[in-house]
Ligand binder design. Structure first.
Ligand code: CP
Length: 314
């Protein structure tokens, strides 16, 4: 695999191999005072973010640094993008400056695919990783969510996972629905009709508008962020109605089975999408998701820049 642009690039075997590698990174580094491996020494990794991020950008940077790569962070707001430079010229410039990997977040769906094509250079160009493109995909988020679920639930085969909220604008929902199905889980999307995409009937999932009836039936529930910035100022239902019908309140969390897991990709809107104490409860795996994000991104960078033909990194 040259790039990671979509979870559709992964079959069950390759996704499981990445999760296994991420788990090995976690175990190899656990409890270590100095977390530094020589794995990517001499490689240059660049993050190029045209949208805000805390978790994804930081965890890619930590992942690269823990493997001794040189990591350069390019933010659109402080780069020549602000002087009108195009995405194509920016990508080709970063390749010319020595990028072995470009990690891209952009508001336009398909931006990472475009960059991979523009910088291909007859197969010599950088590995491109999609760190979130518009409403399309966020493949490393789906991988870290799968790793977190696997740690809590064991095998995902036959597990039932609910993804709840603003499915329409969520690249996290799309990547998760595809990857969870690839790994053998059953997915139910729960959302108001106004926050479901056209064509959702083609997705390999069940759809519901009634969170209370779904919660007792699932092994895990993944709450989504309401993406107001993609709604052009309009939000229907209102935030109050959304919270009442689709928020995972303390009362509603009581409908879950005792061993059911709560996920949220972050950033969370506490009090609207998820109750304050639910987010901090023992069933919530939200900070474990962040930690797993570092190990998953180590596995992805290692797989793309070194390859696993001669065995794993650790
Ligand atoms: N989950 C996620 O993508 O978070 P950030 O926007 O903080 O990177």
């Amino acid at each position: 695999m040259r790039h990671l642009l979509s979870v559709a690039d992964l079959d069950a075997d390759s996704a499981t191999a990445l999760l296994d590698e991420a788990q090995r990174f976690e175990e190899a580094l656990r409890g270590r005072e100095i977390r530094k491996l020589p794995t990517l020494r001499g490689r240059t990794v660049m993050t190029v973010f045209y949208e805000n991020s805390t978790r994804t950008r930081v965890s890619f940077e930590v992942a690269g640094k823990w493997m001794s790569a040189d990591v350069i962070n390019v933010s659109a707001s402080s780069s020549s993008v602000n002087k009108g430079e195009s995405l194509r010229d920016t990508a080709k410039t970063l390749y010319a400056a020595g990028a072995d990997a470009l990690i891209v977040r952009h508001p336009a769906s398909g931006a990472a695919h475009q960059i991979a094509a523009w910088t291909d250079d007859n197969g010599r160009g950088p590995a491109v990783i999609n760190a979130g493109d518009g409403t399309h995909e966020h493949p490393t988020q789906a991988l870290l969510d799968a790793l977190t679920l696997r740690q809590r639930l064991g095998s995902l085969t036959g597990r039932r996972i609910a993804i709840v909220g603003d499915i329409l604008h969520s690249r996290v929902a799309r990547s998760n629905a595809l990857l969870l199905r690839t790994l053998g889980a059953d997915v139910v999307l729960v959302a108001p009709p106004t926050l479901l995409p056209v064509g959702v009937s083609q997705w390999p999932v069940e759809v519901s508008h009634d969170l209370d009836t779904i919660l007792p039936t699932v092994d895990a529930v993944m709450m989504l962020r309401v993406q107001a910035e993609r709604m052009n100022g309009g939000f229907f239902p209102s935030s109050r109605e959304y919270s009442v019908r689709y928020g995972l309140s303390e009362r509603r969390a009581g409908l879950l089975r005792d061993d059911a897991v709560v996920l949220h990709p972050g950033p969370m809107l506490r009090g609207m999408e998820i109750g304050f104490s639910v987010a901090d409860s023992p069933r919530a795996a939200i900070l474990a998701q962040v930690t797993n994000g570092v190990h998953v991104r180590m596995a992805v960078l290692f797989g793309l820049l070194v390859g696993t033909e001669n065995g794993g990194a650790v």
